[in-house]
Design a protein around this ligand. Structure first.
Ligand SMILES: [Zn+2]
Length: 127
């Protein structure tokens, strides 16, 4: 039952097309022996955003710090620390930092999609 501080996990730049100022830490994943889910921590710099994208699996999101918006298609919802957001499979979505400080959030994903059983790759696509 490992316990780690999130800052000990290496922060990687998100190089998906459409990402700007976006970094991720894979806090818990398959490499840690987690059989079903991965927990990632995102940090979006001031003015930055995640790619506007969709995929056949869900996100469970917890906003840790900062302010932003979640674009759900064309609908914009404000995000503040303590908010939780559920992105259902196949919903078009994007996280944007609208504040002066980094927008930090947890984003959980399954290792495989429940509909097809296909593996979810580290860059959020489905293999
Ligand atoms: Zn996504």
């Amino acid at each position: 039952m490992p316990v780690n501080h999130y800052e000990t996990v290496t922060q990687e730049t998100v190089d998906m097309e459409g990402a700007e100022g976006c970094q991720v830490r894979w806090l818990i994943g398959q490499g840690d022996g987690a059989p079903h889910f991965a927990m990632r921590q995102y940090e979006v710099a001031r003015g930055g955003f995640t790619p506007r994208h969709q995929h056949p699996y869900e996100h469970e999101v917890f906003i840790l710090e900062g302010q932003g918006v979640l674009l759900e298609g064309a609908v914009e919802q404000p995000l503040h620390a303590g908010d939780v957001a559920f992105v259902a499979p196949n919903e078009l979505h994007q996280f944007r930092n609208t504040g002066e400080t980094p927008l930090k959030f947890l984003c959980l994903i399954p290792h495989v999609t429940t509909d097809s059983g296909n593996a979810v790759s580290r860059d959020c696509t489905v293999e």
